[in-house]
Design a protein around this ligand. Structure first.
Ligand code: NAI
Ligand code: MG
Length: 333
């Protein structure tokens, strides 16, 4: 069992160490390989995602990615390493769960997961403009739609979830969103044990605000999935708790949703729970260790219930290492 560890920049380094420590405690056979990516790497080596890092990630299959800083201006030769890594490893689905935790800042009773197509839709970035008319290509393919739908239904059946809601806007976009929906229906037919329904994306946004607890798995094309998953993350306590997994056939990248947080980097107060919960996703979805993932989630829940949390969650709050020790004690004690 191998894990490619990419700490990245800023708080990436601080939270990855903690999450990887949790995995090491649970998987005695885990072999760690450390690789570099990000802004600091770019400044040192002239590449944000060096070839050696890509090779390491391919070889391991499982990757843990912290966070990287991206310049807010155009820098010649710099490309976002995480976007490149997802594409190079063929991680076609982005899994974003929202789970209620025992905190006043969380909406209670929510346990949903958004499965977002990760490779196409308007995000192919194919735009044109003559100053009067601007156009963007919305690319939807049968291959990518079937692939992400299969990931959603596989996840639902392995995770014991009951229902998949297909999100689209096929009333206005019958060719593109219609194709996405038809592919999802086609895959759904192979999973008779799982209920399927459909919802227009605007209705879904309203329902998510009104009754997030009524959703289970949401399957969405790239753009709708991006927007709805940020909306849903607000119910789960925000960035310090938001976990994600990029999933493909040959690789998976665990990645907390947050960035490198330069405003708090080096202060020892970054919330490590988003990274720890991303590690739990790697355990459940990639390594099929539902038992271990459930233990990690229970330890996180207990830690919060006992009032141990960083300042983004609680005032005054404690440091990263304090939370890390508390989780570890509840996990192994
Ligand atoms: P950010 O997620 O780094 O920070 C937003 C706010 O949330 C900040 O106030 C930060 O202190 C707080 N925050 C984030 N994670 C936290 C944690 N674990 N514990 C406590 N507080 C936390 O987003 P921002 O500020 O927009 O971007 C900063 C840098 O990160 C930029 O260079 C951006 O390009 C990069 N970024 C990288 C991502 C990635 O590597 N996947 C994703 C998002 C941003
Ligand atoms: Mg987003």
């Amino acid at each position: 069992m191998k894990l490619c560890v990419i700490e990245g920049d800023g708080i990436g380094k601080e939270v990855v160490t903690v999450a990887v420590g949790v995995l090491e405690a649970l998987l005695p056979d885990l072999e760690l390989r450390f690789a570099e990516a990000g802004w600091e790497t770019f400044q040192r080596q002239g590449a944000a995602l060096p070839g050696a890092t890509l090779e390491c990630a391919r070889e391991c299959g499982a990757v843990f990615f912290g966070a990287v800083s991206s310049p807010m201006r155009l820098v010649e030769g710099y490309r976002s390493p995480i976007v490149q890594l997802r594409r190079e490893l063929g991680c076609h689905a982005n899994l974003r769960p929202t789970l209620s935790l025992p905190l006043s800042i969380c909406r209670q009773g929510v346990d949903l997961i958004i499965v977002r197509e990760n490779t196409e839709d308007l995000y192919v970035g194919d735009e044109q403009s003559d100053g009067e008319v601007a156009l963007a290509i919305k690319r939807i393919t049968r291959t990518a739609s079937l692939r992400v739908a299969r990931s959603a239904f596989e996840l639902a059946s392995h995770a014991g979830r009951r229902r998949v809601t297909i999100i689209h806007k096929a009333n206005i976009l019958p060719r593109t969103d219609g194709l996405f929906r038809d592919c999802a229906r086609e895959v759904a037919a192979e999973y008779p044990g799982i209920q399927v329904d459909e919802m227009l994306v605007d209705t879904a946004a309203m329902r998510l605000v009104q009754a997030p607890e009524s959703f289970d798995v949401l399957l969405a094309p790239n753009l709708y999935g991006d927007i709805l998953s940020d909306l849903a993350a607000a119910f789960g306590g925000g960035l310090g708790l938001a976990a994600s997994l990029n999933l493909g056939e040959r690789a998976a990248i665990a990645e907390p949703v947050h960035g490198s947080a330069p405003d708090i980097a080096g202060k020892g107060i970054a919330n490590p729970l988003a990274a720890i919960l991303s590690a739990a996703m790697l355990l459940r979805v990639w390594w099929r260790r539902d038992d271990l993932a459930a233990r990690v989630e229970a330890a996180v829940r207990q830690t919060l219930q006992d009032g141990v949390a960083t300042p983004d969650i609680l005032t005054p709050g404690v440091g990263t290492q304090h939370v890390a020790r508390a989780v570890m004690e509840r996990l192994t004690g």
